[in-house]
Design a protein around this ligand. Sequence first.
Ligand SMILES: [Zn+2]
Length: 161
Amino acid sequence: MAILPIVMYPDVILEQKCDPVIAFDKKLAKLLNNMYETMLEADGVGLAAPQVGVKQQIAIVDIGDETGKIEIINPKIIQIEGEQTGPEGCLSFPGLYGEVSRPFKVKIRAQDRKGRYYELKADDFLARAILHEIDHLNGVLFTTKVSHYLKEDELERYEQE
Ligand SMILES: [Zn+2]
């Protein structure tokens, strides 16, 4: 496995719609393994393929809860419900945090690394992380949804809660 360089804003690849994955092969498995390593190394909870320079609908999420690692390929959002507002950051924007409102619950349909379809329901922080990564696959960055940027002391207040 290898740590991949993370693409930083304002690289154009971050604002492009990604192509669907067609080949569920060894190359995809290797990319997913490397993305996971890269995400852990960067201390992130999610990473999308365009953030490592690959314009394909591939993302991983792991918020460190009992759900563990989620590999999300060619996702569709089936259902959303409720609303939550909270702090958000992005590995392509180091040191930048803002308040973002998102649905509280989400249900997605996606494919795993073998191409098998699955459905997943998530709420709260996991829903936020999944929706953030799916946005990346559509070329949508969290900065387009920030209601206000958080200064260091405001962010610390959130972390203490
Ligand atoms: Zn991001």
